[in-house]
Design a protein around this ligand. Structure first.
Ligand SMILES: NC(=O)c1ccc[n+]([C@@H]2O[C@H](COP(=O)([O-])OP(=O)(O)OC[C@H]3O[C@@H](n4cnc5c(N)ncnc54)[C@H](OP(=O)(O)O)[C@@H]3O)[C@@H](O)[C@H]2O)c1
Length: 338
């Protein structure tokens, strides 16, 4: 990759994350030579607009990927397993949003505010496949990292309040259908999501946790380079758009000053502190809608447990939780590769 504008393939370009990727590439002035929109056979030929140009959606193939410098994948783990090795072999660098490769030891799992150097191997060359973490992991590690560096985290208890858009177009449409009385027999969210909260995201595992919960444990450990960090998650789907909320209870090895915590977070990259309860100021899913930052509020000491802090964080799962993080990785790549 020696040229100054890049051919970017987007696998899943017709989906919620893929469309958000197009918006983020445009907003951030990513140097795009050509967009190569890709989706399944269902969407072949569909028009995708980018910076005033129209591109026709194609289906993935080795030939198509050979035209791409960078391939942003957001079409699910099955499509990633099938096509990421093909795209990499054809010469593209793949940034994959699915869970397919995240825990493979040789695949970098990257949040640019936390571990940007992981993009590059010891030889200074980038991985051919780079994984984007799960949305609920990304927003949590952005906040944990500066606190860990300062006070050293011993344990995190996290409960999530996750947007229906985390389950793609089908998840969003299910809420709209149910709110307008179109109740389906087979629920996309396992149960009715309208007027409900469902403590079940992805499948249950033998240990009693869901796969979504274990992603938060395993991915956080890998990104932060802390293989034994204790993380105790409960993940819950709620009927909102805009972003995922997370209530965090964080126990440190060292004591902290709450005001210093606020300053530390306010000064950290990618974080916006909105914490003024006396004026009803705290972040909500609508606060984060179409924004790139992780918003933090309700920062307060846990008075019943030593060296422990409570806080509430919110981020747009389609932006920082997916598209923005992937584009930030791509920016790091082109910065290094020129
Ligand atoms: N939503 C989130 O908050 C979020 C956050 C982080 C990561 N992710 C990950 O991003 C991926 C996509 O999520 P999404 O929310 O954008 O889902 P979505 O709205 O359902 O979109 C799925 C996209 O993938 C395409 N696709 C599906 N199967 C395909 C196949 N076999 N070959 C080629 N294209 C295929 C679809 O194309 P058609 O138009 O042809 O159906 C569509 O463009 C998933 O891996 C998800 O885990 C999502």
């Amino acid at each position: 990759m020696t040229h100054k504008a890049y051919s970017v393939a987007i696998l899943g370009a017709t989906g919620l994350v893929g469309r958000t990727m197009l918006e983020v590439l445009d907003e951030r002035d990513f140097p795009v030579h050509e967009i190569i929109p890709l989706a399944s056979e269902r969407s072949r030929g569909r028009e995708i607009k980018f910076r005033g140009n129209t591109f026709l959606t194609e289906v993935p193939s080795s030939e198509v990927f050979s035209r791409a410098d960078i391939a942003l994948f957001s079409a699910g783990a099955g499509a990633s397993r099938q096509w990421a090795p093909v795209a990499a072999e054809a010469g593209a660098i793949v940034i994959d949003n699915s869970s397919a490769f995240r825990m493979e030891p040789e695949v970098p799992l990257v949040v640019p505010e936390v571990n940007p150097d992981a993009i590059f191997g010891s030889d200074g060359r980038p991985g051919r496949i780079i994984a984007n973490p799960n949305c609920s992991t990304i927003q949590m590690v952005v906040v944990l990292k500066p606190l860990h560096d300062r006070y050293h985290i011993r344990r995190v208890v996290v409960s999530t309040y996750q947007s229906v858009t985390g389950k793609g177009k089908a998840g969003r449409d299910a809420l709209e259908d149910e709110l307008t009385g179109r109740i389906s027999e087979s629920f996309v969210h396992v149960h009715q999501i309208a007027f409900n909260a469902i403590p079940h995201i992805d499948v249950f595992l033998e240990n009693g946790y869901t796969k979504e919960e274990m992603k938060m444990v395993n991915e956080t450990r890998k990104i932060m380079g802390e293989e034994s960090l204790s993380i105790s998650p409960t993940t819950v789907r709620i009927p909102v758009y805009g972003g995922h909320g997370e209530a965090l209870n964080i126990e440190f090895d060292n004591d902290f000053d709450t005001e210093e915590v606020k300053e530390l977070l306010a000064g950290a990259s990618g974080i916006s502190v909105e914490d003024n309860p006396s004026d009803n100021v705290y972040p909500m899913p609508l606060t984060s809608y179409e924004k790139d930052e992780v918003f933090v509020g309700r920062i307060r000491r846990d008075y019943w447990q030593p060296k422990t802090l409570n806080m509430w964080i919110v981020a747009d799962n389609l932006r920082k939780g997916a598209a923005t993080n992937a584009v930030q990785i791509a920016e790091k790549l082109i910065e290094a590769l020129g």
